[in-house]
Every structure is written in structure tokens, then in C-alpha cells.
Design a protein around this ligand. Structure first.
Ligand code: FAD
Length: 469
């Protein structure tokens, strides 16, 4: 009997490379003769991860960091030898733009939910009526059908009212999904809030109870950031991951065109250049519109990612320190939809991540491209830059031109997790299990868009391949 197994991994982003790493790990640990091939369409590995390193700057085109509490990513970073390169963010006040003025996010707001009375009661961000409406959370009963998925917007509007949602929660959360909060699935994005309501009824009480208590913390140390990145940028992680597997197991510049199951249960992966690779298993990490084309629409349940993924662009700009006379201390701001700006958020990169910027320079990184305003992403670089500079002048008083800038477009890059997402993914995986049992789906379209979610989904895909054998 032929014991040798070959796994073909489609896509060389973080999910595909993490999958390759875990397949290799499994083979080493079990001593089984398992080989694998990663096929990546572009000439570059990393997918959405793309770091620019020049003249002492470390600038990210796509993701810039990940949530430290999701430890699966940190474990993998350490596994590939980069543990010493991990850096956490500098903490500081974050702001929200309302009526073209930056307001500090009230102290104690956890994902926008107030857990401290005074900062919330005194902030000019909300009207008296808005604050009173949010206070109703303390007495409102919990939802009856807690297990039924609803939108993030629907859930928070019921508990805290429209004002807190539109002016605080929506801008904070939509930065992660670049989506519409009133369509975003609560179950798939923030299931912890379902649990909080279920357990404590009131979100304000629940969040207050579950926050670490100050008195228990060791003597006033500087607050540690909740995000992590790598000194050499996230691309250094991609490089280390790809170096951890044999060179010949990764093929770049090769487009997968179709995948077919043969009668003997193996899979033929056909490339656009006419070549074919045979595998016993396939792990698919391509963006889902591509995956749909590769496997045919009929396997995908109606409703699965019905809404097109959104496109965003980021503009990273470097200024001379003396040109940016900006007195507020902090790490950046997000913007409510009601504001008349092109930018949706701005990270004060050189303050949040000092290792990214040489002394004497200031780096600002702005996002453009709301779900409702996608046209801007397709504008020429210079047009986007002018709109961004115009906004920065009005908001931060920055009246200088950057010494250099990079506009990075990520087209159709943000999958929209809409109400019912979890159920659709379950149906989809069942359909694959029935029709193509050796094919596993992993990556941003399914189990979370964050980098650690992608790593975890690669791990689960590999586990499920080998646990079913
Ligand atoms: P991808 O990175 O999309 O990789 C898929 C790969 O498949 C690509 O390399 C593609 O070229 C390849 N491919 C496509 N078609 C084919 C084909 N036919 N044949 C072969 N290969 C093919 N997450 C965080 O945790 N923190 C952040 O700060 C953060 N910021 C973000 C900022 C932006 C602007 C964006 C767009 C996303 C951000 N995310 C962030 C989300 C995170 O970056 C992504 O969810 C994650 O990188 C997706 O990884 P992936 O491997 O699943 O997919």
C-alpha cells in the first residue's frame, strides 16, 4: 500500500504558509511520509501581508499587528525563531472624530461599551439623551433568542441606543471589518458579547465585572499594549515561515485554474500554465471569490458571503518632525460615518510603533474606503493623497507635504461576515466533506479575519485532515 501522501496548499498568504508549517510538523512528529506543495499565484509570498522596508522605515501596506491575547500566532512566531523580534505597541489615548473635532475615547470604554461612569457622563461626544439611552442597558432584559444570530448594530442599538453605536462603536468595530455594522454577524465577530448579555444581562455590568481590576495589578507599571508585531515587519514572519519549509515545496507565480477529484480519490490541481499536480489532500486558502471559481458555485450555500468583499486603501506618509505641530498625545483616531471625510481612520504610526520610524520623522497612516464609499480606492495615488492631506489639515492642522508616501490598495480584501455567517460556513464545510472529503477550507473567509484567526484556521484544517485518517 502506498503510504506516501501529498498535500497541495492553494495560496501562499499567512494561512497557506502556516498550513505548510503544520503539515511538516505533523509529518515530523508522526514519522509519516507526507510531502506538500504550496502554490501561490503572485511572485511574492504573504498575500495581504506586505512590508516596505526602506531608509530605516518599516511600513506595512496591509495588516500591521495582531491581537496578543490570541496566542496561537505568537506560538508560531516563536516556532520559526522570531520570538525575540516581537514588539508590543506603545499605549496612549485613542480619539474619535465627531463634528470635525477629536474627542478622547472615554476612559473605560471597552469596544465602545462604557464601564466607568464619570468619563462617560462627562464626555462631550454624546448628548444627554444619548447618555441616558445608553444607561437603559442597566435595566433592559436580555434577549430571548440569544442563540439566534443578529447584526452587531441591531444588538448594540437595542442595548445602548443609536448615538453610542453611531459615534463610538461603529467607527471602532468597522475599522476591523470595513463593513456595515447593521449587517455584520454578531455571532461570527463578537460572540463574547452574546455571552456577556446571557450571563450578566447588562453589557455595562458584564464588561465592568470581566475587566481586570486595577488594585490587583502590580504597582503602577506602564500599561502594556494589546497588539504585537515584529521588529522587521510582518513580512519577516512570512520569510521565516517560508524558510522553515523546503524551498522546493513552494511554487510562486503559478495560478491554480481548477481542482478535480479523480476516481481513485486523489485530486488533480490544474494550473493556468497547463501543468497538473496530483495530491491526496488539498488545503484551500485562496480568497473566496477565487475558491468559488475553482470548485464551482453549486457547492456554496446561497447567502454565503452574499455581499462583495470591500476594498480599502492605506496611505503611509513620512513627515519631518518639525513640520507636524500636533499637540495631542496618543496613538491615532477613528472616524464616525456621519463625518464628511475621505479617511476612515488614522494611525500615528511613529508613536504607536516607534521602531518603524527613524528619529526626527513622523509617520501617519490613513485608511480610505468605507463600505458605502468604494470609489475612492480606485482613484489615482495623487488624488487619494490630496484628499487625505486635506482631511489631515482640517483634523490635525497638518499643513505640510510628506517627504514620501505609499498608497496601497487592497481590492476586495475584506470579506463581509454577515448575519448567518457561521451557519453558512457549517453548511459549506458539510458540502465539501460530502463531495470532496480531502479538501479543507481555511483562511480569512471562514473563521475570522485576524491574523491569529487565519493561523488557527490553518492549524484546524491540518488537524482535521489527519485526524480523519
Ligand atoms: P491572503 O493573504 O489573501 O492569501 C491568499 C493568497 O492566495 C494570496 O497570496 C493570493 O495571491 C493567492 N491566490 C489567489 N488566487 C490564487 C490562485 N488562483 N492560485 C494560487 N494562488 C492564488 N488582520 C490583523 O490581524 N491585524 C491587522 O492589523 C489587519 N489589518 C488589515 C489591514 C488591511 C488593509 C487588510 C486588507 C487586512 C487586514 N487584516 C488584519 C486582515 C488580515 O490581513 C487577513 O485576513 C489575512 O492576511 C488573510 O490571510 P490569508 O492567507 O487567509 O489570505
Amino acid at each position: 500500500m502506498n503510504e506516501r501522501k501529498h498535500v497541495i496548499i492553494l495560496g501562499g498568504g499567512i494561512t497557506g504558509l502556516a498550513a505548510a508549517f503544520y503539515v511538516q510538523k505533523h509529518a515530523k512528529e508522526t514519522g509519516k511520509p507526507i510531502t506538500f506543495t504550496v502554490i501561490e499565484a503572485s511572485d511574492r509570498l504573504g498575500g495581504k501581508i506586505d512590508t516596505i522596508k526602506e531608509d530605516g522605515f518599516v511600513l506595512e501596506r496591509g495588516p500591521d499587528s495582531y491581537l496578543a491575547r490570541k496566542t496561537v500566532m505568537t506560538e508560531l512566531v516563536k516556532d520559526v525563531g522570531l520570538g525575540d523580534d516581537l514588539v508590543s505597541n506603545e499605549t496612549g489615548q485613542a480619539y474619535i472624530l465627531h463634528n470635525m473635532k477629536l474627542h478622547p475615547i472615554p476612559e473605560g470604554a471597552v469596544m465602545g461599551i462604557p464601564t466607568k461612569v464619570m468619563p462617560f457622563a462627562t464626555t462631550p461626544l454624546f448628548s444627554v439623551a444619548g447618555k441616558a439611552r445608553a444607561g437603559l442597558d442597566l435595566v433592559l432584559p436580555k434577549r430571548k433568542n440569544a442563540q439566534q444570530d443578529i447584526s452587531v448594530g441591531h444588538f448594540f442599538r437595542r442595548r445602548l441606543g443609536d448615538e453610542v453605536v453611531d459615534r463610538l462603536i461603529e467607527p471602532l468595530l468597522s475599522g476591523i471589518y470595513a463593513g456595515r455594522i447593521d449587517r455584520l454577524s454578531l455571532q461570527s465577530t463578537f460572540p463574547q458579547f452574546v455571552e456577556t448579555e446571557e450571563k450578566y444581562r447588562s453589557l455595562i455590568i458584564g464588561m465592568k465585572k470581566t475587566q481586570p481590576k486595577k488594585e490587583n495589578a502590580p504597582i503602577a507599571k506602564k500599561k502594556k499594549g494589546v497588539f504585537l508585531t515584529l521588529k522587521g515587519g510582518l513580512s519577516s514572519f512570512i520569510e521565516a515561515l517560508s524558510n522553515a519549509v523546503p524551498k522546493e515545496s513552494i511554487k510562486t507565480g503559478v495560478h491554480v485554474k481548477a481542482v478535480e477529484r479523480s476516481e481513485d480519490g486523489t485530486y488533480s490541481v490544474m494550473m493556468e500554465d497547463g501543468s497538473v499536480l496530483i495530491g491526496d489532500h488539498v488545503i484551500v486558502t485562496t480568497p473566496y471569490p477565487i475558491t468559488k471559481k475553482l470548485f464551482g458555485e453549486s457547492l456554496f450555500p446561497l447567502g454565503f458571503h452574499d455581499t462583495k468583499p470591500t476594498s480599502v486603501a492605506t496611505v503611509a506618509m513620512s513627515f519631518n518632525e518639525e513640520d507636524v505641530n500636533f499637540s495631542l498625545d496618543g496613538t491615532g483616531f477613528v472616524i464616525a460615518k456621519s463625518e464628511n471625510t475621505s479617511i476612515t481612520a488614522c494611525t500615528w504610526t511613529s508613536r504607536k510603533w516607534p521602531h518603524t520610524t527613524p528619529k526626527g520623522k513622523v509617520v501617519l497612516r490613513c485608511y480610505v474606503g468605507r463600505a458605502e464609499d468604494q470609489d475612492i480606492v480606485q482613484q489615482p495615488d495623487e488624488v487619494i493623497l490630496e484628499k487625505v492631506l486635506d482631511d489631515l489639515k482640517k483634523i490635525m492642522g497638518v499643513d505640510a507635504r510628506p517627504e514620501f508616501y505609499h498608497v496601497s490598495r487592497m481590492i476586495d480584501s475584506m470579506p463581509q461576515y454577515e448575519v448567518g455567517h457561521k451557519e453558512y460556513v457549517k453548511k459549506l464545510r458539510t458540502a465539501f466533506q460530502n463531495e470532496l472529503p480531502g479538501v479543507k477550507l481555511a483562511g480569512a473567509p471562514y473563521d475570522g479575519v485576524g491574523l491569529p484567526d487565519c493561523v488557527n484556521s490553518a492549524k484546524m484544517a491540518v488537524d482535521s485532515l489527519f485526524s480523519s485518517k
